[in-house]
Design a protein around this ligand. Structure first.
Ligand code: AMP
Length: 216
């Protein structure tokens, strides 16, 4: 199965992608995670991307397209993948079409997670993850059962993304509306776009995604 999760920052793409990984045994390809790993490792790409990401702008199409085309050739993508955070521009979507056509592959669905802008800033600025196991929390919506202790691994170190602040989120939302939202009509015209209510609770969103996938 090959899917794209499309939606604004904070829509819950990463959370749902993780659940789809467990349900379908396919891999999650998060370009944000790949870029953060490159920044942390200090690679050339990481050095080029760091300031752009911190400001909330989009990293260049060339970098992203090269990164994804290399990644989808790896063995673990054979059973399928979920693209989380890619494509984010029409140029990336067109490059993806070319990449898939070259391998005679197609997309099963593009899933739009719809969330009102008003909800997103609070969702993003309140979120943090366990520094050890990566489980996600939120200051108000999803605190650990015991304050300061990870429910999953019991550790006490947490981390916040450096771009999860109001200024960067505002820029990220603008980038979404200006550069990524045009992908909605692009995929709608191809008949592959399915929409789910990203404002429903997490389990309900998962149910909606699974049901649109079953309907094909
Ligand atoms: P994310 O984790 O998906 O919110 O991505 C974090 C940041 O990485 C974004 O704000 C961009 O700066 C960069 N980024 C991730 N994916 C892409 C992409 N497909 N195109 C351009 N920039 C990206």
């Amino acid at each position: 199965m090959r899917l794209i999760l499309l939606g604004p920052p904070g829509a819950g793409k990463g959370t749902q992608a993780q659940r789809l990984v467990d349900a379908y045994g396919i891999v999650q390809l998060s370009t944000g995670d790949m870029l953060r790993a490159a920044v942390a490792a200090g690679t050339v790409i990481g050095q080029q991307a760091k300031a752009v990401m911190e400001a909330g702008d989009l990293v260049s199409d060339d970098i992203l397209v090269a990164m994804i085309s290399e990644r989808v050739n790896e063995d673990d993508c054979g059973r399928g993948f979920i693209l989380d955070g890619f494509p984010r521009t029409l140029a990336q979507a067109e490059a993806l079409e070319g990449m898939l056509a070259e391998k005679s592959l197609s997309l099963d669905a593009v899933i739009e997670m719809k969330v009102d802008d008003g909800l997103l800033i609070g969702r993003i600025t309140g979120r943090y993850t366990c520094a050890n196991c990566g489980v996600g929390y939120h200051d108000e919506n999803l605190p650990p059962k015991v304050a300061g202790i990870c429910d999953n691994c019991g550790r006490t170190d947490f981390t916040r993304r450096s771009d999860d602040n109001v200024a960067a989120v505002t820029t990220r939302l603008r980038a979404y509306h200006e550069q990524t939202a045009p992908l909605l009509p692009f995929y709608r015209e191809k008949g592959s776009l399915k929409s789910v209510d990203g404002m429903a609770d997490i389990d309900e969103v998962t149910r909606q995604i699974q049901s649109v996938l079953k309907m094909g």
